[in-house]
Write a protein that binds this ligand. Structure first.
Ligand code: SF4
Length: 212
């Protein structure tokens, strides 16, 4: 069996988002994504040809002194061998999170992995790609993320939350440069919405610097 993955980068930094924000984490960024979101900040991961064996990835990860691993992209699940990587990491006892676009089925993801799944909002221009069946499969350990670029996105996201209940924690995040964080915070408070607002801490610290 071919157990290689196309990898854009492996780096060590602080988790900038979601429940593990601020924790030192190894990021494994897989190459390739079938989507083209308007606000994408990882276009450099769309293409590449850096094949690594699962063994080599595991050895690379081991050198860092952390149990937290984030498998991200691109869209990690676009490579079928991603599941072998997730299984290997879980078997070694790492606390693994998976960042996924929500456009690929999550049924086969290792059950110990914490999934952080997007719902693509209208301003992403990829909302037709959402696989809504995924939402009911998320569990309490998982998180569902709406990236909000306008009031239309906000109202649309509230409707989706009503239509598709989930056990996962819900995150609302502003699109950098499209709405201010204060606008989003005010809308959440006015609506009495039961979500967690988050800002991308790594962007506040390092801007768009690659590998941070
Ligand atoms: S799913 Fe993620 S990596 Fe793919 S285009 Fe959208 S933001 Fe970029």
């Amino acid at each position: 069996m071919n157990t290689e993955l196309n990898i854009t980068e492996i780096f060590y930094s602080l988790q900038g988002e979601a429940r593990e924000v601020g924790l030192p984490t190894v990021f494994i960024r897989l190459t390739g994504c079938p989507l083209r979101c308007s606000y994408c900040d990882t276009e450099y991961a769309f293409k590449g040809n850096n094949l690594m064996s699962i063994d080599a990835i595991m050895a690379d990860v081991k050198q860092y002194n952390t149990r937290y691993i984030c498998v991200t992209g691109g869209e990690p699940l676009a490579q079928i061998n991603c599941h072998i990587l997730l299984d290997s990491l879980a078997k070694e006892g790492y606390l693994v999170s998976l960042e996924t676009s929500g456009s690929i089925a999550i049924d086969e993801v290792n059950p110990s992995v914490s999934i952080v799944m997007d719902v693509k909002t209208p301003s992403s221009q990829e909302s037709t790609q959402n696989l809504y069946d995924n939402i009911s499969k998320l569990e309490e350990k998982d998180q569902l993320k709406f990236v909000i670029g306008s009031r239309e996105d906000y109202d649309w996201s509230v409707d989706i939350m009503d239509q598709y209940p989930t056990k996962a924690g819900v995150l609302f995040s502003p699109v950098f440069d499209q709405i201010t964080p204060t606008q989003l915070a005010d809308w959440i408070i006015e609506s009495r919405l039961n979500v967690r607002m988050q800002m991308q801490m790594h962007k506040l610290l390092w801007g768009d610097e690659k590998g941070k």
